[in-house]
Write a protein that binds this ligand. Structure first.
Ligand code: CS2
Length: 443
């Protein structure tokens, strides 16, 4: 007989102090765990922007779900109770307007902001945003967020927990731009602290569900799987109170930028490099890093490292080594294809900042260029391209026959590369050299 996760007496709605937009696996393995461990009673209303599966999974369990941790030793599992409600996107506006809500946090992935990652501004050509701006009941994250904030009087904090550069400032600017274009006025005080979030959370597999059932003795279709490591660095500029996330290990700081840059360029940059270089031979990151670990280390040491200002007292060498160890975790079945998704939205903050800064310093960003060339190969050759700009990217390379043509075509996509990078002969030559080695001979 299969037991189900024990339900609990309904909490009073006022225990929900956080509305979270984008209740995917990452939120459940990261911020929700910190909220639970803070131990001061804050509850989360999780809103799913896209798939309603999480409502079906967690709804009947009163928001309870399990976190399966897979490290080098034996796996462990625990049940998390911080999520008190799970709703679909149409509930966002009303839920944000609730004065008991003090924090609105987001993990909607890079593309969820519908912005141009090269400039940080709203995409003018995004049809859903354009429709929202006409005043219909909003469908986009930003449209719903702005409408919800406009319905409040009490102060609130909006906390971006996605892998964006200067996420807090970027989101504030997007909210302001949206308000201006839609003629919306937000009357309440809103704070937008920056944050660096880190935990590797692959997609859950059927084996993970079975393993959690073995460990807990109950079946939970809402299991999320993750590594033992977790990190959260947050700017302490909240407008209206917050959980004691520091009691759960979060670091509060005045300036999150050095942490964020370090994580985006070293962890996420290396991740993207492994994904694009590793595909199609390696399905999992652990196998890709076994072959490509030395190349990734050279990217970290020679290209990314020199662009970083390390927080005082921080051991950068140990950090780099620990990243390679985390990638090599054999128990975590992290698919390279999962990381390869949405490259157009990820490259600017992970790799292209490194490229720009090294070029400006008169250096050749050889390894960063290798990663970008591997992305170009992916755009040209992948059977399916999972990217919000897939149509444009595919069209751009459709007629390109030589590596030089592929490189020139893609470098002209200014939404990704800005207006400047195609002007660099050094960068272009590096890309053509690498892509010539990467593409099958027919290209
Ligand atoms: C990954 C990230 O999918 C990806 O693009 O690079 O989700 C990564 O696992 C997290 O940022 C780790 O904190």
């Amino acid at each position: 007989m299969r037991l189900s996760l024990r339900t609990r007496p309904r909490e009073v709605p006022s225990s929900v102090g956080i509305v979270h937009l984008g209740i995917g696996a990452f939120h459940r393995a990261h911020q929700a765990v910190y909220t639970e461990d803070a131990g001061d009673g804050w509850g989360i209303c999780g809103i799913t922007q896209r798939s309603a599966t999480v409502v079906e999974q967690l709804g009947p369990q009163d928001g309870l779900y399990s976190v399966l941790e897979r490290g080098p030793g034996a796996a462990s599992a625990r049940v998390i109770g911080a999520v008190r409600e799970v709703l679909t996107g149409d509930a966002t506006v009303a839920r944000i307007a609730d004065p008991a809500v003090k924090v609105v946090s987001l993990t909607v992935t890079e593309k969820g902001y519908r912005h141009d990652p090269a400039t940080g501004r709203l995409r003018r050509d995004d049809p859903e945003t354009c429709l929202d701006l006409t005043g219909r009941p909003p469908h986009t994250v930003l449209g719903r967020l702005v409408r919800g904030l406009a319905g409040r009087e009490a102060p609130v904090t909006v906390l971006c927990c996605d892998n964006l550069t200067a996420g807090g400032r970027t989101l504030r600017a997007l909210v302001e731009e949206y308000c201006e274009r839609s003629g919306t006025r937000i009357g309440c005080e809103v704070a937008f602290p920056g944050a660096m979030v880190d935990r590797i959370v692959p997609a859950t597999t059927p084996e993970d569900l079975d393993e959690a059932e073995r460990l807990l003795g109950v079946r939970d279709e809402g299991v999320v799987v993750t590594e033992p490591f977790t990190q959260w660095v947050i700017e302490d500029t909240f407008a209206a109170g917050r959980p004691a996330w520091d009691a759960a290990g979060a670091i509060f700081t005045d300036d999150v930028a050095p942490y964020e840059k370090m994580k985006l360029r070293l962890l996420n940059g290396a991740h993207s490099m492994l994904a694009y270089l590793g595909l199609p031979q390696h399905t999992y990151v652990a196998d890709a890093v076994a072959e490509l670990g030395d190349t990734v280390r050279r990217y970290m040491d020679e290209d990314a490292g020199p662009t970083l200002t390390v927080p005082s007292g921080f051991d950068l060498e140990a950090y780099k080594s620990s990243l390679l160890e985390r990638f090599a975790n054999p128990a975590l079945r992290h698919r390279t294809a999962q990381i390869a998704m949405d490259g157009s939205q990820k490259l600017p903050q992970r790799l292209l900042g490194v490229v720009r800064e090294r070029l400006a310093a008169g250096a050749e960003p050889r390894w960063a260029a290798l990663a970008v060339a591997a992305w170009m190969r992916h755009v040209k050759t992948a059977r399916e391209l999972d990217d919000p700009m897939a149509d444009l990217l595919r069209m751009t390379v459709a007629r390109a026959e030589t590596p030089g043509q592929v490189v020139d075509g893609l470098l002209s996509v200014t939404d990704v590369f800005g207006p400047d990078l195609r002007e660099s002969k050094v960068f272009r030559d590096l890309l053509v050299e690498h892509l010539s080695g990467l593409l099958p001979a027919a290209h």
